[in-house]
Design a protein around this ligand. Sequence first.
Ligand SMILES: Nc1ncnc2c1ncn2[C@@H]1O[C@H](COP(=O)(O)OP(=O)(O)O)[C@@H](O)[C@H]1O
Ligand SMILES: CSC[C@H]1O[C@H](OP(=O)(O)O)[C@H](O)[C@@H]1O
Length: 398
Amino acid sequence: MSRYRIFNTQDAIEYAREFGRCFSSDSRLSAEEIGDGNLNLVFKIHEEGTDRRLIVKQALPYVRCVGESWPLTLDRARIEAEVLLRHGEFCPEHTVAVLHHDAELAIMVLEDLSHCQVWRAGLIAGKAYPKATAQLGEYLAQTLYHTSDFHQPSQDKKADVARFINPEMCEITEDVFFTDPYRDHERNNINPDIRADAERLWADRPLKARVASLKHAFLTRAEALLHGDVHSGSIFVDEDTLKVFDAEFGYYGPMGFDVGSAIGNLLLNFCGQPGLQTPEQASAAQDARIQDVLILWQTFSRRFAALAAGNRDQALAEPGYLDAFLGQVWRDSLGFAGTELVRRTIGIAHVADLDGIADAAARARCQRTALALGRDLILSADALHDSGALVNLLTSYR
Ligand SMILES: Nc1ncnc2c1ncn2[C@@H]1O[C@H](COP(=O)(O)OP(=O)(O)O)[C@@H](O)[C@H]1O
Ligand SMILES: CSC[C@H]1O[C@H](OP(=O)(O)O)[C@H](O)[C@@H]1O
């Protein structure tokens, strides 16, 4: 019989005391449930009179934001813990630390990062984190390179592809990223003011053909162990720190999906700026987001190339191949970034960068920008040969 049960705050306190190994036995602990994501319970445990804190995260047997009508595998908690541990081997400075996990209870104990801010909230508030995009590029290069065939021995990699197969979570992405937003589906969440724009997208056959090819890449290309949902709400930052968390969608997939999700979320913030701040502030923030995208790609691609210079596979080390491969990752990233813009605007899961805009007319304008830019990125990914071409495209949306 399974030991699984849904935790309350008292269970979380006892669990943290036993497995967190940082609280003294006679200390008084308090807990609050702080989960604001779509899927899980998250408890913050605090030792009274000290600054010692831990996080206890537990998967529910269903999608939290929908309810018990959408059952969901508990194995996602094992995957999340194991992806974070694996990414932590290669990039400990930018991966949240997993202190303990238990697959049967679908639970993990994490370092507490509440001294940092969720990046999305910071970007919406107009805060600058000058190191963040280079740090994220470093995280992506380290984790994607070290779990790819450029580094992993072939048999080890295939065993890991099986270990991280994650079919149920991938199916969610396959549906909510690549399928639902391109047709009239009950799971979509569409602002009535932009319904006509969504309907135009549903009739756009060249666009849907490109989305089909991106979905096909997501279904078939096991290039590296992805985080699987690198959005700005899955990243904590402060002036010096960047830490990625929430990796339950991890699996072996195309690298451009992680890079593109990160770029897409920077661009969602770019699109929301005219509705979030004064025109002068919005203009400066949009410049900053364009720079962020460039720095992210530059750091990722340069670090990846430097790591791959020492790669083990003689055939993959053939001169010219690495450049060709990174060119493919660039094109994939732009396409996947486009699908992130579209799905966060009219699909099931939205973002505060757009939905948080108070004025309804401004919100609709920014959502239209996100849809149009998303469409453009998907359709023109193969023609945007370098970052200069991307800057020109983004500048035309300012
Ligand atoms: N390690 C952590 N430290 C501090 N807060 C955290 C930590 N992990 C999660 N949280 C908080 O809990 C929220 C939900 O966590 P998340 O992992 O995104 O859940 P879900 O899997 O349901 O999306 C985050 O937005 C953040 O506020
Ligand atoms: C019904 S799952 C939709 C959506 O939820 C996940 O987001 P979060 O990290 O905020 O929990 C993921 O992006 C899924 O696509």
